[in-house]
Design a protein around this ligand. Structure first.
Ligand code: MTE
Length: 322
């Protein structure tokens, strides 16, 4: 049983609880039907394909009013990105990712499981109820954002695949198509981008299979049409534009580990006590709070989600397993 700590820095319940449950608990009923319909609208808009329709006055704004941390402005969250398949500058993904074609899209589920399969996007969207979750995303570079994501727990998909006892890890492979992704011409990382999780991490309810943000489908630069969001790990573990999920016995080697093993470990849990070899991880800059007098925020262990995920790492030396 996890024990909740009462630190004021802990995430607000609305950040870690499916929005519906949070609202129910607070006995907020007004407007609930409208808000509950938002995932439906999202699914429809995704099914509609093509453009990225904004769903005006959908839960992003409503939920945003209820969390302690104000969500990052949509314009900031969609223009300051890391998506190396489109270049290494923060502005490259927003400028170049229009060449990504998020439909048609298929995700292969394979490896050590009884029920492998290929899911097209619509099938994946219908697999479980979409929820809005407001999570912090903390980049290893020292900045963070607060984003109302839309998706469902990755565990829902994993359970359906029925992993065998040999499945100790999950490996995520993302799209690598030179025709759509100009950044692949650079050898900055080994392509395709690969990330991995231990099975219990992947099964943790906070791990979100993500299709949307701010009440709309994921913009290309944020990893359309489907990505992972792991709020307690550095942002690079949250792989974008996933095409394959594979259950494996051996610990996968992620693209970042491959590129610089001394700097980016497999676990990559947000940890202010373990500096990056080239900079401190003790504090972070919240995107949108960049004014002259903006203070940096102290970085929290597991990005503030210790009460929820700390037990996964009990007994591990997190300095060695960084
Ligand atoms: N996924 C792919 N396929 N390629 C990438 O370069 N960058 C990672 C992660 N997922 C990356 C990726 C990094 S370093 C971060 S910080 C987050 O995406 C950024 O997500 P955001 O742009 O939606 O904030």
């Amino acid at each position: 049983m996890l024990i909740q700590s009462s630190s004021p820095n802990d995430p607000a319940p609305s950040e870690i609880t499916p929005r519906q449950a949070y609202l129910n608990r607070r006995q907020v009923t007004a407007g609930l039907a409208l808000m509950a319909a938002a995932p439906e609208l999202l699914a429809q808009s995704v099914a509609g394909g093509g453009k990225l329709p904004r769903l005006a006055a959908t839960p992003g704004t409503v939920a945003g009013a209820m969390v302690l941390d104000k969500p990052t402005r949509y314009a900031d969250a969609t223009s300051y990105n890391n998506f190396y398949e489109f270049g290494t500058d923060k502005s490259d993904p927003a400028e170049r990712a229009h060449t990504l074609k998020p439909r048609p899209w298929t995700v292969a589920v394979e490896g050590e499981c009884a029920k492998p399969g290929r899911y097209d996007l619509d099938a994946l969207l219908k697999l479980s109820a979409l929820e809005e979750r407001v999570y912090r995303l903390r980049c290893v570079e020292g900045w963070s954002m607060v984003i109302p994501w839309i998706g469902y727990s990755l565990s829902e998909l994993i359970k359906r695949a029925e992993p065998t006892s040999k499945a100790k890890f999950v490996e995520f492979t993302t799209l690598a198509d030179r025709a759509q992704m100009p950044g692949l011409r650079s050898a900055v990382l080994e392509w395709p981008y690969v990330e991995g999780l231990r099975m219990d991490e992947a099964m943790h309810p906070l791990a979100l299979l993500t299709f949307g943000m701010y009440g709309e489908v994921l913009p290309n630069q944020n990893g359309a049409p489907v990505r992972i969001v792991l709020p307690w790990k550095y942002g690079f573990k949250s792989a974008k534009s996933i095409v394959k999920i594979r259950f494996v016995e051996k610990q996968p080697r992620s693209s970042w580990e491959q590129a610089a093993p001394q700097e980016y470990g497999f676990y990559s849990n947000v940890n202010p006590g373990v500096p990056h070899p080239r900079w401190s991880q003790a504090s972070e800059r919240r995107i949108g709070e960049d004014g002259l007098f903006a203070k940096k925020r102290p970085t929290l262990i597991f990005n503030g989600y210790e009460a929820q995920v700390g037990q996964l790492y009990a007994g591990m030396d997190l300095r060695r397993n960084f």
